[in-house]
Design a protein around this ligand. Structure first.
Ligand SMILES: *[C@@H]1O[C@H](CO)[C@@H](O)[C@H](O)[C@H]1NC(C)=O
Ligand SMILES: *[C@@H]1O[C@H](CO)[C@@H](O)[C@H](O)[C@H]1NC(C)=O
Ligand SMILES: *[C@@H]1O[C@H](CO)[C@@H](O)[C@H](O)[C@H]1NC(C)=O
Ligand SMILES: *[C@@H]1O[C@H](CO)[C@@H](O)[C@H](O)[C@H]1NC(C)=O
Length: 588
């Protein structure tokens, strides 16, 4: 019996339908391989886990869930590890299409969650900064508009409460996401963008063309007083930009982003070090006149490059910082790349430069690239860490590429961590504007530890508590009606391991439990609510769940077997049919 009508045998429709089915089937096979086979392979052969992570086998943003905590955090991948990286905390702000719980986030040195919050939505630029001798978490949250933002900076104290909120001063001006630096004098330096008009004839645009002017402000945090304001359009010409955008500048809704300020730092003389991404330039602005005192890089470069161009060829850069003004050492994150239509393409890198300002010379001291020579089209940061032993390390956040890397300052790469699949970085499904490492943060949340029982285990975590080193499980026997402290007996103590730790639920007698958080001296920092084991309910649920699952599985298997048998029979008929066709056409 033929399984399809005769006209179908040689028609174009058949070829088309068969190729569509073929594509569909191979997609299914690949998907199956990707989703089920490769993870099993990686489970048996752990050496494949890192390449599979980067290929996106576990998705573009691999996460882990907790029993005692609702949000999911990244499951990071260490491409390289050295114990010299095992200190401090890493601050990131993951967000993007594949990030469910976007917000500020603290990870420990090994990438385990310490704190996260969804309360602010996606945020940018998380840092630990000192204000009046106290450390605050600072970040930007607000409305993102294209590549800039109109929002506020938040300052959270050690209990994770918002203590200060900083906005730009002036009508219709808002704090922009690129920069907040808190100075030793208790002032805030923030970037601000303002859409305004200026003469753009030098770049072939209208006389009263539209630009996003780059502004920065210095504001007294305590009083809100505006102490200093500067705008790029007063001091830099439009034709100093390298930015390419054929449509920008003609209308208010599509202004030309000329200068693109993205970092500010106040130096010892009270002048301001500024990075202008779209000018490929770093400059120092006089606090007296607002004039640039010098310009490094870009079309107005004043420095002789003693490293054959390697010290001044940076482009689309971020995060220019003085490491030592006295020694003239400056660092920056050189993106080297800004997407397909922007020229100047080399892999992104951290640069450490030596500047001789009076002689206007510069030398490249060191450069720092990632293991995979990442090209990061936007965002990124570079930080020099001063260790207790006087050793310096370098920490780089790859911005648009969800990764951070730590180096010995001599350039040796120590550790590289990915929190997204590197093969998918170009899609920007998960990004973090900057990544910062800090040894300053001590978090003491006002909440209590969270405990929950599942499958015969007690799970405990405490979002943001940095000082917990161990957990103590306590229980009350059923006969004890009173839940007074005196009736809780210590059942077990376990070291804190990562964000969430677990105890085996004791089987005998105990029905009500609580978990205490202990610091390194054995002192109690906090205590969870009392939780009750509901073992019978759990086991009934598990029993029915298991029966249901097995039933469904056997149904599926028997259905598949029948299908395969029928297909086999059809396959035989198909073979004969094809032969018949050939015989017919040969005869013709
Ligand atoms: C700043 O705090 C540290 C410790 O937290 C303390 O030793 C120091 O005296 C404080 N300095 C000032 C100026 O308050
Ligand atoms: C410039 O302004 C436009 C319109 O407000 C906005 O879409 C764009 O993202 C801005 N770019 C920057 C860098 O400010
Ligand atoms: C911001 O732009 C508006 C509109 O062009 C302009 O009137 C105002 O002076 C600008 N503000 C600053 C601080 O440059
Ligand atoms: C400028 O360079 C000269 C010679 O290279 C050097 O002797 C001098 O100290 C430099 N000036 C400064 C201020 O470093």
């Amino acid at each position: 019996m033929p399984i399809y009508p005769k006209w179908f045998a040689r028609s174009k429709a058949r070829t088309l339908i068969l190729s569509i089915l073929g594509v569909f089937a191979s997609t299914l096979v690949l998907l199956f391989l990707h989703q089920f086979i490769l993870p099993v392979v990686a489970w048996f052969l752990p050496q494949f886990e890192i390449p599979f992570y980067d290929l996106g086998v576990y998705g573009s943003y691999r996460t882990r869930n907790y029993v005692s905590y609702d949000l999911s955090s990244p499951r990071v991948s260490h491409l390289q590890w050295d114990n010299q990286c095992d200190d401090g905390f890493v601050l990131i702000t993951p967000h993007g299409a594949d990030v469910d719980n976007a917000g500020p986030m603290i990870l420990d040195a090994r990438g385990e969650l310490v704190w996260m919050s969804e309360d602010f939505g996606p945020v940018w630029n998380l840092k630990a900064q000192k204000y009046k001798n106290e450390t605050y978490l600072t970040f930007w949250a607000g409305e993102k508009q294209g590549s800039y933002g109109a929002g506020d900076y938040y300052m959270l104290d050690a209990t994770y409460q918002v203590v200060y909120q900083i906005d730009a001063m002036g009508e219709d001006l808002h704090a922009d996401l690129h920069e907040l630096i808190i100075t030793d004098e208790g002032t805030a330096l923030i970037s601000v963008y303002n859409v305004t008009q200026t003469d753009l004839t030098s770049i072939g645009r209208p006389v009263n063309g539209w630009i996003n002017d780059s502004i920065f402000q210095e504001i007294d945090i305590a009083t809100g007083e505006l102490l200093f304001q500067w705008k790029a359009s007063d001091h830099f010409r439009p034709d100093e930009t390298y930015y390419v955008n054929p449509f920008a500048g003609y209308s208010k809704t599509n202004p030309f982003d000329l200068f693109h300020i993205n970092s500010i730092q106040k130096d010892a003389d009270g002048n301001y070090l500024v990075s202008a991404r779209h000018n490929h330039a770093i400059t120092t602005i006089s606090h007296e006149t607002g004039e640039p005192l010098w310009v490094l890089g870009g079309k107005r470069n004043e420095f002789k490059d003693l490293s054959d161009g390697a010290a001044t060829a940076f482009s689309w850069q971020h995060d220019a910082r003085w490491v030592s003004e006295a020694k003239g050492i400056l660092t920056l994150f050189d993106n080297g790349y800004a997407g397909p239509i922007q020229p100047h393409t080399h892999s992104s890198q951290g640069l450490m430069l030596q500047l001789d300002i009076s002689n206007r010379t510069t030398t490249l001291l060191n450069s720092y690239t990632s293991l995979q020579q990442l090209h990061t089209p936007s965002q990124g940061s570079m930080q020099v860490l001063h260790g207790d032993n006087g050793q310096e390390k370098v920490f780089i956040g790859w911005g648009h590429s969800a990764a951070y890397t730590e180096y010995h300052s001599n350039g040796t790469l120590l550790c590289e961590t990915h929190f997204g699949a590197s093969w998918l970085y170009y899609l920007g499904r998960v990004v973090s504007y900057r990544a910062q490492k800090t040894t300053d943060w001590i978090g003491a949340p006002t909440t209590s530890p969270a405990a929950a029982i599942r499958n015969g285990m007690v799970y405990v975590s405490w979002n943001g508590a940095t000082e917990v080193v161990a957990w103590e499980l306590q229980g009350v026997v059923e006969s004890d009606e009173n839940e007074g402290d005196e009736n809780f007996r210590s059942l077990d103590i376990t070291d804190r391991s990562g964000f969430e730790s677990a105890f085996l639920l004791p089987l005998e007698d105990y029905t009500r439990f609580r978990v205490l958080a202990l610091d390194r001296n054995g002192q109690t920092l906090g205590c969870s609510d009392v939780i009750e084991s509901a073992q019978s309910e759990i086991s009934i649920f598990d029993f029915f769940g298991m029966v249901g699952f097995l039933g469904a599985l056997s149904l599926c298997v028997s259905f598949l077997c029948r299908r395969i048998r029928r297909l086999q029979r059809a396959g035989v008929a198909f073979g004969y049919r094809a032969l018949d066709d050939k015989a017919v056409s040969d005869a013709a």
